[in-house]
Design a protein around this ligand. Structure first.
Ligand SMILES: [Zn+2]
Length: 419
């Protein structure tokens, strides 16, 4: 009872703090972006936009049972302000559906955009519009996109269905679908109706000559479009999704390239903030730490250049042997020791085909990381705190150590006041 009372007092205080919601809210989430990932990238690239924000806090990422979270439970906490079980989207621990901050913003007449580098039916973006007991029910989740009535939903690819079935579904549901020509999006003058945009794109490390534009370009264009949706302003969520994927693979160069592109997207929000400093709030955080990377050495600039992404890092293929792999590494100035060569032999074992290539590349990454003082304690998620960075109207409320669900509640409180 007493606890409930204090929770009400806190909630009331939060509502008071945000009596007038900011006109523009940016919520940027780096998937798997632990503190060490950020600090490593800052040192490696010589600075990050997010690190220039004046308010710095911390986030406790555990899910309801105080265990290491997945992106669904974490997304639900960040989007809907409730802790839940791993794998669950948009529902509390008792299975009750909960609205997200984006849904509240929409109900209050704000423009809403959800963007990211994964498919829009993947866990983090889905937390903002879907209710599902299983995050892997992609079709069921995808089918909830039109009901959100969000003005813009953008991601790389779609999992719930392939085109033409997916585009037909969205069109029948009354949405504008852009999945064939990317220029159809970049030439838009305004969002005439709810619009869904999806083009397949892999990893920044494999960008090569891909014509699909990076996240920062989408964010810049989306700002321009969302500004015209409502005189009240807009709410935009942006996810840097593939920091997580690269960290799962313990692919340092791939992780850095995703993180710096996510930071460029943050830079677009920051540019907008500088034009509307009194009306804008930007909150940057992560859903959890993936891989737990620890960096103790000085990592040379050439570190990212040797990467070809998760599948084909260092250019090793299934035709390579431990001997040829060792030779290729030596050409890059890293000569494997006898122990490391032995580790390569054993990590391949009896594997063939792409599995063999991935095992070789993983072994090569370990050798290179060892030289530069980089350790990945796990290929999974960890329960360490992640950063919160904030700037703008009400930013000071985020500069503490807080539960992920508390952060979600604070953002929801912005719009609950207006109801
Ligand atoms: Zn993950």
């Amino acid at each position: 009872m007493i606890r409930k009372f204090w929770m009400l007092v806190l909630l009331f205080a939060a509502i008071q703090l945000f009596a007038e919601p900011p006109k523009y809210v940016f919520y940027l989430i780096g998937d798997g972006m632990g503190k060490n990932h950020v600090d490593f990238a800052e040192k490696f690239f010589g600075g990050l936009q997010m690190k220039t924000f004046p308010v710095k806090g911390s986030l406790v990422t555990a899910s309801i049972l105080r265990t290491t979270t997945d992106s669904a439970a974490a997304g639900t906490a960040l989007a809907c302000g409730v802790k839940t079980q791993n794998g669950v989207l948009g529902m509390d621990a008792d299975g009750k559906k909960v609205d997200s901050v984006a849904v509240l913003a929409k109900k209050n007449g704000f423009g809403v955009g959800i963007l990211g580098t994964e498919s829009p039916d993947h866990a983090t973006p889905a937390s903002f519009y879907a209710h599902a007991a299983k995050r892997s029910d992609y079709k069921e989740i995808m089918e909830q996109i039109p009901g959100s009535n969000f003005d813009l939903v953008m991601g790389y690819g779609m999992r719930g269905a392939k085109d033409p079935a997916a585009s037909e579904f969205f069109r029948k549901a009354g949405m504008n679908v852009i999945s064939k020509e990317e220029s159809d999006f970049f030439n838009l003058k305004k969002l005439e109706k709810p619009t869904v945009v999806y083009f397949s794109f892999g990893y920044e490390a494999d960008r090569g000559s891909s014509k699909v534009r990076p996240l920062s370009a989408y964010v810049a264009k989306s700002i321009e479009l969302l500004e015209k949706v409502s005189p009240k302003g807009f709410f935009m969520m942006v996810e840097g999704a593939k920091i997580d994927h690269n960290a799962h693979a313990n692919d340092g160069p791939g992780m850095l390239l995703e993180l710096i592109e996510f930071d460029r997207a943050i830079g677009k929000a920051l540019e907008f903030y500088k034009k509307h400093p009194k009306d804008t709030l930007i909150v940057v955080t992560a859903d959890h730490n993936t891989g737990g990377i620890v960096v103790t050495g000085n990592v040379p600039k050439s570190y990212v250049n040797v990467s070809g992404g998760i599948a084909r890092a260092y250019g090793l293929t299934e035709n390579d042997t431990p001997e040829s792999a060792a030779k290729k590494l030596a050409e890059k100035g890293i000569t494997p020791t006898a122990v490391e060569k032995d580790a390569m032999v054993h990590s391949i074992g009896k594997l063939t085909g792409s599995k063999k290539a991935e095992a070789l590349n993983r072994a090569a990454r370990r050798i290179i990381d060892t030289r530069y003082g980089i350790t990945w304690p796990t290929g999974g998620h960890t329960n360490e705190d992640v950063y919160v960075f904030a700037i703008g109207k009400g930013a000071e409320n985020f500069g503490i150590r807080q539960e992920n669900s508390e952060l979600g509640q604070k953002l929801k409180a912005l719009y609950e006041e207006g109801k």
